[in-house]
Write a protein of this length. Structure first.
Length: 515
């Protein structure tokens, strides 16, 4: 009986903390409360809260009056679609969700528990950053979170959902996450806010233009998914998790149920989608839609470096990581941003046993002084490193062009691809014939009485020799040349033949990917 009274007293205390005024204040900003967010994300009745009594030890600068049980963050565990997850949700209505010593301790605890038990961790971020009143203890709090996140990297999927400000130190938890979700007009992520920027440099900028969802989805590349509402955003998190294993020791789940699409089918529509004329672009998303399980493509970073598509998809119900050149933009070339985007996705998939499939159609790395001076060599090397290092099944399909560095990075058997498949329209060469002729026949053309004619003849000769997949097939570097209509069925067969792939690695502390 005494227990019941005590529990009733605690419940009342909690209700007071969630005062209607504070809830209303949050709603007026168009935002949900920390607990409403947890309820949206988790299966009903599965949430178990940890550390609700934790509170700040600080008394200076008005903290005695401000501090509250829970220390402005709700943390614990629960289930999403029946699978266990750990999470925390910062409460902006209390001290701006700012991070003090104990707030940080709560977050570090759930990250460590998630790591130990092999469950994804989800951070719901709505915070003004390091709690100024707690000084260095706040900074050390971030340090403990970052260290825990780095230790968890590659062990469990780490997801950050930004639903409010993510200021200062708060922005580096997303920065260290595998995936960052943002909501239009609600999320803002920045290291230093507009006030500080104005004081330091005189530059005037709004929160939205500095670190809004569009900026991070299109320009900085710091965000992976953008949504119009918090509700859609949390649905997006659930969808992403459905492709992923719980941890690095599991395989990703094969989709079951009503929407699972296990069968092979012909892809006759591919002949309409991909023009024979290699100079014409097309929408690679249509190819993906035609080949992979219907509506299964979950594009990652869809607004950033649009010349390459990356994401997760399903093939006969199996989760796969997809990398594809989008010829609609910049002829699908690999530039600095798309190299970063591709390498990051590849490394994530490799951590979590998700096989990789490439759809290749590109003339290579983007030429130009801008790219060279900004470090395309450093960034492009990430793609080479990530693919060469990845030990998951790697399948590459060449649709049309695979020139130069892009051939090496995206489809060379010698880089470690397990299957290299080509359509008869595939063209594999060191570079385009027009450029090649200017290099190897420069003198002959210059000395010729009919330079234009000779140039044309030589281009045709090179096209004849190189612009087909047969040279590579003769050398055993292309495993098979298939009719486009067989694409889905061959990819399924190849994928299933590789599911038990094991690759021994050289013992070392860790590699040194170019950064
Ligand atoms: C303590 C904070 C706080 C902080 C906000 N609050 N940020 N308290 N430490 N870092 C408190 C406010 O005092 C206020 O308390 C309440 O939260 C709500 O804040 P408002 O400013 O009224 O809300 P809003 O107008 O919506 O603006 C939100 C905001 C703004 C944009 C986040 O508060 C802001 O600019 N905060 C500082 C952001 C920042 O520069 N953070 C970096 C910290 S340094 P009351 O009691 O009035 O309700 C850092 C170090 C790591 O993180 C750096 C690594 C790179």
């Amino acid at each position: 009986m005494a227990f019941e009274k005590e529990i009733e007293r605690l419940k009342k205390k909690w209700e007071e903390l969630e005062s209607p005024e504070l809830v209303e204040k949050q709603h007026q900003k168009g935002k949900l409360t920390a607990r409403e967010r947890i309820n949206l994300l988790l299966d009903p009745e599965t949430f178990v809260e940890l550390d609700p009594f934790v509170e700040s030890r600080f008394q200076q600068l008005g903290m005695t009056e401000k501090k509250i049980p829970g220390d402005a963050v709700v943390s614990g565990f629960g289930k999403i679609s029946g699978r266990q997850v750990y999470l925390f949700s910062q409460d902006f209505s209390k001290m701006g969700g700012s991070l003090g010593e104990l707030h940080a301790q709560k977050i570090t605890k759930v990250i460590e528990l998630a790591t130990k038990t092999g469950c994804p961790i989800i951070g719901i971020i709505d915070s003004g950053g390091a709690r100024i009143q707690e000084g260095i203890s706040s900074l050390d709090g971030y340090a403990s979170i970052f260290r825990a996140m780095v230790r968890a990297s590659g062990v469990i999927p780490q997801i950050s959902v930004i639903v409010g400000p993510s200021a200062g130190g708060a922005s580096y938890a997303p920065g260290l996450s595998d995936f960052v979700f943002m909501v239009e007009r609600i999320s803002q992520m920045f290291i230093t806010g507009p006030e500080v920027i104005r004081a330091v440099s005189g530059e005037k900028v709004s929160f939205e233009d500095l670190g809004g969802a569009s900026i991070h989805s299109q320009k900085s590349g710091c965000s992976h998914f953008i949504f119009k509402s918090e509700k859609d955003c949390f649905l997006g998190v659930k969808k992403l998790l459905s492709y992923l294993p719980q941890n690095n020791l599991e395989d990703p789940p094969r989709q079951k149920g009503l929407f699972a699409e296990f069968f092979e089918r012909e892809n006759l529509r591919l002949l309409e989608i991909v023009p024979e004329d290699e100079k014409k672009g097309y929408d690679m998303k249509e190819v993906i839609e035609e080949v992979f399980d219907k509506n299964s493509f979950l594009e990652v970073q869809s607004g950033f470096a649009t010349n390459c598509l990356v994401g997760l998809a399903r093939l006969s119900g199996y989760s796969v990581g997809l990398v594809a050149n989008q010829t609609k933009f910049m002829a699908g070339t690999l530039d600095i941003d798309s190299s970063d985007k591709v390498a990051r996705l590849v490394r994530f998939c490799d951590c979590f046993n998700i096989p990789l499939i490439n759809l290749v159609d590109t003339s290579g790395y983007l030429p130009g002084t801008d790219q060279e001076h900004r470090g395309i060599i450093r960034h492009g090397a990430k793609v080479l490193y990530a693919f060469a290092e990845a030990s998951v099944p790697k399948i590459s399909l060449i649709l049309r062009k695979a020139f130069g560095g892009a051939y090496i990075a995206l489809c060379s058997r010698q880089l470690g691809y397990d299957r290299v498949i080509a359509w008869p329209s595939a063209q594999i060469a060191v570079m385009g014939p027009e450029q090649a002729v200017r290099i190897i026949y420069r003198k002959e053309i210059a000395e010729s009485k009919e330079p234009k004619k000779l140039e044309k003849e030589k281009i045709e000769e090179l096209k004849e020799i190189f612009l087909s997949p047969y040279q590579a097939a003769k050398l055993g570097q292309v495993d098979m040349i298939i009719h486009p209509k067989e694409t889905r069925s061959i990819l399924i067969k190849c994928l299933e033949s590789l599911l038990n792939k094991r690759e021994a690695k050289i013992a070392k502390k860790h590699g040194n990917i170019p950064l």
